[in-house]
Design a protein around this ligand. Structure first.
Ligand SMILES: Nc1nc2c(ncn2[C@@H]2O[C@H](COP(=O)(O)OP(=O)(O)O)[C@@H](O)[C@H]2O)c(=O)[nH]1
Ligand SMILES: [Mg+2]
Length: 223
């Protein structure tokens, strides 16, 4: 009998990410992997997105944090199903942890799963979860030079949400420079400029997401 040797942690993770993909496809669920630094506004964007998709899609959230359950409690208080994963020190979510969380959700009743990854601009980009869409958030207070320092996440993401645009007048954030740098490393990236404080730009993001989920459902129905 031939024994397959997995090439370390990434191969093993990718195999389970594939299993997650099968679970999601079977139930017709779309999943986004939301990544950003701590405090960039991941939970705020999720709350605003859940508001925006109400009446169109049914959402569920998987929360990844090193410790605590503050974010999942905030989501669950709105009535949306939320599962908390504590990584116990690890700086990213792995497919195996998301697999456990997916099995605790009623996927047949869900259109969209939003995964809030652990706050970090490095490690989450390296671990596939079985997601349809990689979305990253950069908040303006972090500075427009971040793509040059964390190129993997900016080049791997399908969508970049620039959050906290309400703070631009108080910073030296240069949106033109940011877009120029990001589009050079990732020409296909879709950029949304939003403020969870004022609501600016969120409708565009929500409409884009609803369309993505519907298009995926339609493509699955035709195949
Ligand atoms: N001014 C401003 N503050 C924001 C915005 N979005 C989030 N925040 C604040 O930023 C902090 C961190 O947000 P949170 O969503 O918890 O970030 P996370 O750690 O990435 O999940 C909170 O105090 C939010 O109220 C925004 O668009 N503008
Ligand atoms: Mg959070």
């Amino acid at each position: 009998m031939e024994i397959e040797v997995l090439e370390g942690v990434f191969d093993a993770n990718e195999m389970i990410a594939g299993e997650n993909r099968r679970l999601l496809d079977e139930a017709g669920v779309y999943m986004i992997n939301l990544m950003a630094s701590p405090g960039a506004g991941k939970t705020s964007v999720i709350m605003r997105t859940l508001e925006g998709i109400q009446g169109h899609l049914s959402g569920a959230v998987i929360e990844g944090d090193v410790a605590g359950k503050v974010d999942s409690e905030q989501i669950a208080a709105t009535g949306v199903p939320a599962v908390q994963i504590n990584t116990g020190g690890s700086c990213h979510l792995e497919a195996r942890q998301v697999n456990g969380a997916l099995k605790r959700l009623d996927l047949e009743e869900t259109d969209l799963v939003i995964v809030e990854n652990v706050g970090n601009l490095v490690c989450p980009a390296e671990f596939k979860l079985g997601e349809d869409l990689k979305v990253m958030i950069l908040s303006v207070a972090e500075g427009h030079d971040k793509p040059l320092k964390y190129p993997l996440m900016f080049s791997e993401s399908d969508v970049l949400i620039v959050n906290k645009t309400d703070l631009i007048p108080h910073t030296d954030f240069d949106m033109v420079a940011l877009e120029k740098t990001v589009l050079k490393m990732n020409p296909g990236v879709v950029v949304f400029k939003v403020s969870c404080r004022t609501g600016e730009g969120l409708q565009e993001w929500n409409s884009f997401l609803v369309k993505k989920v519907r298009d995926a459902k339609q493509a699955a129905a035709c195949s």
